[in-house]
Structure formats: C-alpha cells, structure tokens
Design a protein around this ligand. Structure first.
Ligand code: XMP
Length: 518
C-alpha cells in the first residue's frame, strides 16, 4: 500500500479494532523498527508481499464468541513468521490453533499483576513475580492449543501469557503497548529483537535519507507544487522536498487575512530567507475578508475560505510550467484503514485542509509523510534543522481566526483576537506550558459585559481562553493551568487589549464540546 518496500525490516500489525492499535505501532517504531497497521482480513498474498519479520495481532472490542467475530486467515499460521497476539489477538490465535476460550466470570479491567512461570524469550530479563500490567478483557483462555505452554498467570487469568517457541507464536492477555504496563516496552522489544530478530534501524535520519533519494528518482525533470501553511506538516514536507529536488519545488503561501499576528512574516523569514525555498507569497487578505463579509454561519465561513484558497492556488499553479506533482502533508493516521466497530462517524465539522485540491487539479500526489505519526514528523523536522518554533507549533485550523470569533469577521474583531492570542502564546511559552498542551488560543465572544476601569464604567467584550490537552484531537480535556498563569493571562489581556474587560477560561472537554468554538 504505502511504503514501496523502502524500509527493509517491517513488522505487520493486524488490526482487530482495538483503540490501542495505533499505540502498538508507535511503540514498535519507538524501538526503531518500521511497522504498518492493516485490517485483520488483509489478504494472504498481500501479507506475503509485505514480507513481515513479525506479525502482531491487536486487541478488539469484540469477543471471540460474538457471531461474526473478526478472524484472520488460518494460513497466517503457516507463514513461518513469528506472531504476537495481544488480548483478543491471543484469544483468536488460541481458538484458531485448537485451544478454548471461555467467558470469564468477571471482566478484568485495569491494573493487575502477573507471575512469570516460565519467562521464555518474551519475558527475558524481567522480574518473575508481581509484574504490573494493564488488563482489559472479558474472555480468557481455558485450554491451551497443542504445542503451547503457559508463560505467566494472574489471579483472574490462568493463562496471562503463552507461547509455542518452536513455531515462534506468543500471546499476552495484557496490553504491553499502554503506559500502565511498565514492562511493556521490554516485552515488545523482546518480541522484536529476540524473537523476530529485527534490527533497530528505523530512525528519522534513515527515513530522511531514503525519502530524499526516492523523491529525486520519482520527480525526475518535473516540477512540484506545495501549499505551505507554516504548520508542522506542510513545513516538513516543503523542507524535505527542497532537500531532495531544490528549485524544482514551488511553494505557495496564501495569506487569507485570518492568520495570527506575525504569521505571514515569520513564514517568509523562515522559508524564503533561511531555507531559500522557492516561495510565492500571495497576499489575498482583503479578498478573503470581502468574501466573508456578512457571513455568520461557521460552516459557511469554512467553505468560503476553503474554496477561495483552492481558487487562488490554482491560479498560481498555472503560472508554473511543467508541474506534474502536488505535495501534501498527509500523515499515517489519515491513511490507516482502521477497523471500526462504530460505523461511519457523522461529520461534525468539515475539515478542509488542502484536501479538496487533487480532485479538481490534474496533479499526481506526493505525500512523503504518509507513513509517519505526528511525533515522528516533528522528529523529521528537527532532523532537517527546522526551528523549534515550527517543530513544536500547535495545530492551527485552515479557516484560522475566522472560526475563533463568533459572528461576522471584521478587521476590528481580528485585531482584538490577534492581540489576545499573542498574549496567551507568550505567557504559555514563558511558563514552559506551551509544549505541554495540544492547543492554546483565544476566542472572541459575541457578548459585552459591564466592567469598571478607573472611575469609568465600561461595556466591553469577553475573551474566552481555551487550552486543551489531547493526543490526536479526537478527544481532549481542558488543561489544568496554574492559577498564577491564568491570572497573568487574564490581567495582561484586560490591561493590554483595548475593548476587552473580561476573560473567562473554557473548562469543557471533548466530547461533548469540541476544541474550537465554531
Ligand atoms: P474540533 O473543533 O473539531 O477540532 O474539536 C479538532 C482539531 O481540528 C482543528 N480544526 C480544523 N482544522 N480546518 C482545519 O484545518 C478546520 O476547519 C478545522 N476545524 C477545527 C482544531 O483546531 C483541532 O486541532
């Protein structure tokens, strides 16, 4: 699917729908072994073509007793490749190889301790008694499949881990991929290095070298165009491609009039002056604001901004001769065909990054980051010498400040928002909190409230401060900032931003709220 065999030693993770499947992949990669997630029913010829050094079967919200429980091809067990089953993955392996699985009297969920009866290769160099692990299962293994023996047991699971070392099949009832299993990394690394004999060669340096070489060959004499937003993903794509193909890369940065303070200048400074990228700067701020005039509905704002962006980008693209490719910062979580037991989720907000571009334009896509998780992209950025300010930048929505001021977009409101936003960022950075949270920003509310300044009564606007912690923006919680920090932010906004006399802190989690207000 994605990797064109660029990375030699690969582990395959078959996904049965667990929420922690992506975590397994991240842990494997943190141990410097390349891996990919594919659906549990990946066809056998594709598995063979993938040439995995090892296979990991993930957990699942399903029970092996459910009608229609997800099953892998039995032939998986004849590939002579080491297999590690995690939770459901172990139970399904057990059933398919002739063992028995029963419904446990009670669900085991949360911390547990296991005792190692026989550590084998999987638990090599671990303590043998009272090993802390994280469990989350209803079913448990009763009878081992032929050839297997018990490696570990817990109070509630007589088979907390099992193996058939001859065939190199291993199963664990607990979740080694979660942080609540302190020995998890050691267990996974024992599987990767002692059992699969992988070498830890997947590093961001090796990734950069491989991609640069691959991109050079692929692009040849053609030209590539790239929409640069200043965000981490598009910045890394741009600098990576610039290293590979130099002036054959053409970046376009569109100022849509709803950027943060100093953003356009900073993008020009970093990419044009420092990295000497071929950068076309399109200042369309007035045009965007004109089109946004009178618009209140957030979805409408998104559509207007997204469509105009495409329009302008197309105009720029036709000016560059011989363009064959469009480079995009698509990341791995966007391309994983994860198994979902929840069905298609409803669109809550339309998130259009550059997503609408390729269908309308006759370009081939170049997506050099489509194998990477976000934290890996940041490492690549560092490897490429991007400034920390870009590497650690919080996500910023395409429709920008337009969806952070409730109601109609106007230059006055944008000004207030930019000032408040800058204060929040300055204070977050000065206190060391910036890198600890997912996003921190200001929202301008369509409310006026009474205040008093000096001897005068004021009737001014309200800024909501939104600071959230999150791993992937799917869920989020408000950050428990120290009161002193909140106090400084509030004081500064009220004192320094003309037109604001009240600051509130948003303490809603997602769900049921969203991160942005619109
Ligand atoms: P919500 O508000 O849905 O946001 O919890 C989740 C993440 O997506 C960002 N976001 C957007 N990004 N275009 C974008 O490119 C959009 O229209 C958009 N709306 C929200 C948001 O900042 C958060 O990181």
């Amino acid at each position: 699917m994605s990797s064109d065999h660029l990375h030699e030693e690969r582990v395959l993770i078959l996904d049965f729908g667990s929420q922690t499947t992506q975590l397994i992949a991240r842990r494997v990669r943190e141990s410097h072994v390349y891996c990919e997630i594919h659906p549990f029913n990946m066809p056998l010829d594709k598995i063979r073509a993938f040439q995995p050094k090892g296979i990991i079967l993930s957990g699942s919200p399903a029970s092996v007793h459910d009608p229609g429980a997800p099953l892998s091809d039995l032939a998986l067990y004849s590939l002579q490749v080491p297999i590690l089953g995690i939770c459901y993955g172990m139970q399904i392996m057990s059933l398919q190889l002739g063992g028995t699985v029963e419904k446990a009297d009670r669900r085991e969920y949360g911390p547990a301790t296991i005792d190692l009866d026989n550590p084998g290769e999987l638990f090599r160099e671990l303590e043998s008694k009272g090993v802390r692990v994280w469990m989350s299962h209803g079913d448990r293994i009763l009878g081992l499949p032929p050839g297997f023996s018990v490696l570990a047991c817990s109070e509630n699971s007589p088979v907390a881990a099992m193996s058939d070392p001859g065939r190199r099949f291993y199963g664990v009832q607990f979740h080694p991929e979660v942080v609540h299993t302190p020995c998890g990394r050691a267990v996974l690394e024992n599987f990767l290095f002692r059992i699969c004999h992988c070498r830890p060669t997947w590093t961001m340096k090796s990734f950069v070298d491989t991609v640069i070489q691959g991109m050079r060959e692929r692009v040849g004499p053609h030209q590539v165009i790239c929409a640069l937003s200043g965000g981490v993903d598009s910045s890394v794509v741009a600098v990576l491609l610039h290293k590979a193909i130099g002036s054959s890369l053409h970046c376009v940065f569109v100022n849509n009039g709803v950027l943060r303070r100093g953003e356009a200048e900073s993008v020009r400074r970093i990419f044009q002056d420092h990295f000497a990228l071929n950068l076309t700067y399109v200042d369309a701020s007035e045009l965007f604001l004109e089109r946004l005039r009178g618009v209140i509905d957030p979805e409408q704002k998104r559509k207007i901004i997204g469509n105009l962006f495409i329009e302008l980008f197309e105009q720029e693209a036709v000016r560059i001769p011989n363009v064959k490719y469009l480079a995009q910062g698509t990341l791995y979580p966007d391309v994983i065909e994860s198994v979902s037991f929840k069905g298609p989720s409803a669109t809550i907000k339309t998130h259009h990054n550059v997503g609408g571009l390729p269908e309308k334009m006759k370009f081939e896509l170049i997506e050099p980051l489509r194998e990477l998780f976000k934290d890996e992209v940041r490492l690549v950025g560092r490897e490429l010498g991007l400034p920390e300010q870009v590497v650690m930048r919080h996500p910023f929505p395409g429709p920008g400040l337009a969806i952070r001021l409730i109601g109609e977009v106007s230059p006055d409101k944008l000004e207030i928002l930019r000032e408040a936003d800058l204060i929040i960022l300055e204070e977050m950075e000065a206190s060391g909190w910036y890198d600890r949270v997912w996003q921190a920003f200001a929202v301008l509310l369509p409310v006026q409230s009474v205040g008093v300044m000096g001897d005068e009564r004021t009737y001014d606007q309200v800024i909501a401060v939104r600071v959230v912690e999150s791993l992937d923006a799917m869920t989020a919680d408000w950050a428990r900032l120290p009161y002193e920090l909140l106090q400084r932010i509030s004081n500064r906004i009220i004192n320094e931003v003309k037109g604001v006399n009240r600051v509130v802190y948003d303490i809603s989690s997602k769900p049921p709220s969203t991160i942005e207000w619109e």
